[in-house]
Design a protein around this ligand. Structure first.
Ligand SMILES: Cc1cc2nc3c(=O)[nH]c(=O)nc-3n(C[C@H](O)[C@H](O)[C@H](O)COP(=O)(O)OP(=O)(O)OC[C@H]3O[C@@H](n4cnc5c(N)ncnc54)[C@H](O)[C@@H]3O)c2cc1C
Length: 333
């Protein structure tokens, strides 16, 4: 066990964790960032909507952020590898309640506060042959992230389970006028979803009702794109495809161990289950543990992760300062 008690243990070295670190160091708070190097956008080679890093490789963003932190600030450390367990501990000295994390090498780390910036996993649907082979270079989960560069090539939308899929249609029609909605044998079960589908049809989208048998990778780039094989054997070519796989928290095991409350799951919409936030500083249901990034919201983006990483770290800094102030006052009286 390291004898050091850090001000904050940050789990996650993506945009949320890196921003939390960049915030903690500004008040000279000691922190260690744990990074198992399992990033949600690992398969993406260009990220968008991040000013200063538009179309940059996410790897470069992380590398530069880390280098800047290590070269400018003395209170930050990075540790590679998985945090495998987490617990609340009572240190019994002046520190009081704290947290203990164990890494995959059996080392334990103690901190007064914790920021969980552990991200999400996209769960690849098992029932559609060829899906995971086309993710994420032909199948895109977010039309603001990917799609524009493939403009002028036909757009597929896989399924239409909720009115939220209207966004894919609206965006797809900005990229090309050939938008095909592959219903995959289903039909909308409620009026809002029907309405969304009708609106897209009115705008020129085509609805294909047959079941999808498999998705074939025709080669790199939208000019090759994919072929969607339908029941009966017909193949429909698309330059790109939009679909939202279900996401789950990458560190649900740690959340369970710590007893952290999650948001309700909406099975029909395939959303929910993220960490429930309890105050404006992203504190979780466990006092002293803050959360940031994809694991806290269904709206998952780098800008959101940066913003919430900052908020969580400000919360951790403020809480530490308030506790130190209260102790000083108590000592005086
Ligand atoms: C294919 C694809 C393309 C995308 N493109 C864009 C885009 O263009 N623009 C955009 O804004 N967004 C994009 N996104 C979304 C974006 O990638 C995420 O919103 C963003 O990465 C979230 O940041 P994060 O820090 O919350 O999580 P992540 O970046 O996923 O980082 C999570 C961190 O937690 C660590 N971790 C988790 N559990 C543990 C543990 N137990 N121990 C140690 N470390 C742990 C991981 O190793 C990692 O360091 C894309 C997503 C995908 C899937």
């Amino acid at each position: 066990m390291t004898s050091k008690i850090y001000d904050c243990l940050v789990v996650g070295g993506g945009p949320a964790g890196l921003t939390a670190a960049a915030t903690l160091v500004r008040l000279r708070r000691s922190a260690v960032v744990f990074d198992s190097k399992a990033y949600r956008n690992a398969g993406a080679h260009a990220m968008h909507m991040v000013p200063g890093f538009d179309h940059a490789d996410p790897k470069d963003f992380r590398k530069i952020a880390r280098e800047q932190l290590l070269s400018r600030y003395k209170t930050i450390e990075f540790q590679e590898g998985n945090v495998v367990s987490a617990a609340q501990v009572e240190l019994g000295d002046d520190t009081g309640a704290a947290f203990e994390l164990r890494d995959e090498n059996g080392r334990t780390w103690r901190g007064k506060k914790v920021i969980l910036a552990t991200g999400s996993i996209d769960v690849m649907p098992e029932d559609i042959e060829g899906y995971k082979e086309n993710w994420p270079h032909h199948i895109y989960q977010c039309p603001f992230c990917d799609g524009l560069e493939d403009s002028g090539h036909s757009v597929g939308i896989l399924g239409f389970p909720s009115p939220m899929y209207q966004t894919y249609g609206f965006a797809g029609l900005r990229f090309d006028d050939r938008v095909i909605i592959f219903m995959n044998g289903d039909s909308p079960s409620d009026e809002p979803t029907f309405g969304a589908l009708r609106t897209l049809e009115a705008l020129g989208a085509r609805v294909e009702k047959r079941r999808v048998r498999r998705i074939i990778d025709n080669g790199p780039g939208p000019a090759n794109g994919i072929s969607v094989e339908l029941e009966g054997g017909e193949k429909v070519r698309c330059g790109m495809m939009f679909h939202h796989p279900r996401t789950v928290n990458r560190a649900n095991n740690l959340f369970d161990q710590l007893g952290i409350e999650r948001a309700p799951v909406n099975e029909a919409m395939e959303i929910g289950g993220e960490v429930a936030l309890k105050d404006q500083f992203n504190q979780t249901s466990v006092k002293g543990i803050f959360a940031a990034g994809d694991t806290t919201t269904p709206y998952k983006s780098v800008a959101q992760a940066i913003s919430s990483g900052n908020i969580a770290a400000v919360g951790a800094c403020m809480t530490l300062a308030m506790e130190e102030g209260a102790k000083a006052l108590a000592a005086k009286s």
